[in-house]
Ligand binder design. Sequence first.
Ligand SMILES: [Zn+2]
Length: 256
Amino acid sequence: MLKLLFKSVTVFALFVGGAVCAAESPKVVIWKFDDVRAGEKARLLPGFKKVSDWAVKNKTVISMGVICDSLANPNADDVAWIKKNAIENGGCVEFWLHGWDHKKIKKADGSDGSEFNGSDLVTQQKHFKDACDIFTKNTQLTFNTFGAPYNQSDENTAVAMDVCPNLTNWFFGPKDKKRIVLGRTINMEVATGKVSYEKFAEAYKAKTPTSPLVLQGHVGQWDDQSYKDFVKIADFLSKEGWTAKTPRQWAESLKK
Ligand SMILES: [Zn+2]
């Protein structure tokens, strides 16, 4: 009798466990911090160190986009910082490719374009290859994620990206057969480099975003108020049950 009772309790517990699992939809936030430079001319800005210290303290993960031409003349301390903080080396940051030079261009028709918006295929291929190569040469790490400068791309970009087959994730890209695209929902910056908790909370309330929630920030430009608002947003999301992943961790979780 006791044995039977035990068995039925176990079955019940398993059933409840299964039901909880099935009903659970993980809420994942991905922090997308743009514009890391690590060169002698354009050094790593203090905001990146501040936010990575925050991530370590909070036992969470973040991601940072590197503008790679800065590594043509690298600063040894900044490169050492990237290596130390890379998730592959036990840190909390996934570094991703944020272009070679991040420059604006004039398109053939005279309108405004940017590095991956209006450049010909060969130029875009060269920028991808040079960026991937120089990053790996300096850090011994490999990019798996791409996010275009100004989040602008064109019909050449997906084809050009084939020169770096390890780039399997794309921030704010168009639909792509080969890569996992991480979309954009609500924002935490109201202007480049300016975070607003109030505006974020309004947008969140109006439309609870679907997972993954990618939040872009230009931490190098944040003042104290923007930083405080970011921490407030992160605390709010944590209370709402969101946990952070890097783009690569997110992509890997889809395969399971
Ligand atoms: Zn940028």
